[in-house]
Design a protein around this ligand. Structure first.
Ligand SMILES: *Cc1c(COP(=O)(O)O)cnc(C)c1O
Length: 426
């Protein structure tokens, strides 16, 4: 087929959808046009198994420079001694950590999935829950905050080899120093998974995990606003505490084990076009303008949280420190599932989400998760997100009124026209 009109029409349709919608999925963002260009670029054709200067294929001189540029920029952003930019996703980055520092059957500890944790932190449906013994910590029923006291008791009793902090649906900052103090009592490694708030941490708007946590992983496509992918980061390298050896029986530092775990441990050839796009995104983060962006994210999230509370919405923990909020809809008599589906009809996109101590199934849920990184990229400011809260409230309080939903949809489309997306694409 010479011109794949079928597929390219679908791409145009998706562009139209993204332009029309109010995008509130907390894990999504819009990459810049130059990041988009890098993603669709010629290193897509290149095999480069190995690392810069140590590849298993010829012709890697240029991709070596690309990958080194991405690594150098990432090190600069977070003041790191070492980074690996090859993980294809956040889940892959986490899988590499397990592979590097644990043996199947070892005990790990993470935030319970139903309390805001991630699948890769020990869910029974995931490799992390299938091949490792898992103990979970949670949040307090009243305050919605992580129960550090309970985490400490459980950790001292069960002695996990690794404690994971970080979450997918937690609106408050983390006490990394406190978790490290617990880990040091039992000789555990601390992994911080900053997949969600990394862009805010990059600009000093949240606590810095790197001095307290041995290893830090992140996605690159959430608040970092880069291509879909993952990274592994270390500020202070260390000898591995259990004398874990590489497959040939040599003793290694943690960063050597981490490199081996990504390749050849769990991945083959890296996606050098995506690594090129990561380099572009990291360059954007180093620019002063990203500081304004990150500050606007926090300002928007706080304005939105306040507007929801004023309308009697029940926010877990009462508000937010970061880019997202979790709302318990039980006092509004609508499930998370129905809320998501109804808002979808009005071109407002978000996801249903379990709330802590939810009595409904993960397919239904009692809540929704809302994040502002994507709309902040579109250019929305505090006044605008307060208008968005009004639109959401109108839909949720009239969820069976098709006419009302249709009216809101037209308003949403007109509203988002003020914030052009990819004008370069015509
Ligand atoms: C999004 C997320 C991931 C996984 O990222 P993928 O790229 O979807 O694999 C890992 N950990 C946390 C905490 C996340 O929120």
């Amino acid at each position: 087929m010479q011109n794949d009109t079928i597929l390219f029409e679908l791409l145009n349709k998706e562009l139209e959808r993204q332009r029309n919608d109010i995008e509130l999925i907390a894990s999504e963002n819009f990459v810049s046009y130059q990041v988009l260009q890098a993603m669709g670029s010629v290193p897509a054709n290149k095999y480069a198994e190995g690392y810069p200067g140590r590849r298993y294929y010829g012709g890697c001189e240029v991709v070596d420079e690309i990958e080194n540029l991405a690594i150098d920029r990432l090190k600069q952003i977070f003041n790191l001694s070492w980074a690996n930019v090859q993980p294809h996703s956040g889940a892959q980055a986490n899988a590499a950590i397990f592979q590097a520092v644990l043996k199947p059957g070892d005990t790990i500890m993470g935030l319970d999935l139903s309390m805001g944790g991630h699948l890769t932190h020990g869910s029974p449906a995931n490799f992390s829950g299938k091949h490792y013994k898992v103990i979970s910590y949670g949040v307090n029923k009243e305050t919605g905050l992580v129960e550090y006291e309970d985490l400490e008791q459980k950790a001292l009793a069960e002695k996990p080899k690794m404690i994971i902090c970080g979450a997918s649906a937690y609106s408050r900052d983390w006490d990394y120093a406190r978790i490290r103090a617990v880990a040091d009592k039992i000789g555990a490694i601390v992994l911080a998974d900053i997949a969600h708030p990394a862009g805010l941490i990059a600009k000093g708007l949240l606590n810095d995990p790197f001095d307290h946590c041995h290893i830090v992983t992140s996605t690159t496509h959430k608040t970092l606003r880069g291509p879909r992918g993952g990274v592994i980061m270390v500020r202070h390298d260390f000898e591995n505490p259990w004398g874990i050896k590489d497959p040939k029986g040599n003793t290694r530092t943690i960063t050597q084990l981490l490199d081996l775990a990504v390749f050849p441990g769990i991945q083959g050839g890296p996606l050098e076009h995506i690594i090129a796009a990561k380099a572009v995104a990291f360059g954007e983060i180093l620019d002063e303008s990203f500081t304004d962006y990150a500050k606007q994210i926090v300002a928007n999230a706080q304005a939105m949280a306040k507007a929801f509370v004023a309308k009697d919405y029940n926010l877990i923990s009462g508000g937010t420190d970061n880019h997202l909020m979790l709302i318990d809809l039980r006092n509004k008599n609508i499930t998370g599932k129905k809320a998501q589906e109804t808002l979808d009809k009005a071109f407002i996109t978000l996801n249903k989400n379990a709330v802590p101590f939810d009595d409904k199934s993960p397919f239904v849920t009692s809540g929704i998760r809302i994040g502002v990184p994507a709309v902040t990229t579109r250019g929305l400011k505090e006044d605008h997100v307060i208008q968005v809260v009004d639109l959401i409230d109108r839909v949720l309080t009239n969820a069976d009124d098709e006419k009302m939903i249709g009216d809101v949809r037209e308003e949403v489309k007109a509203f988002m026209k003020q914030f052009p997306l990819y004008p370069e694409l015509g």
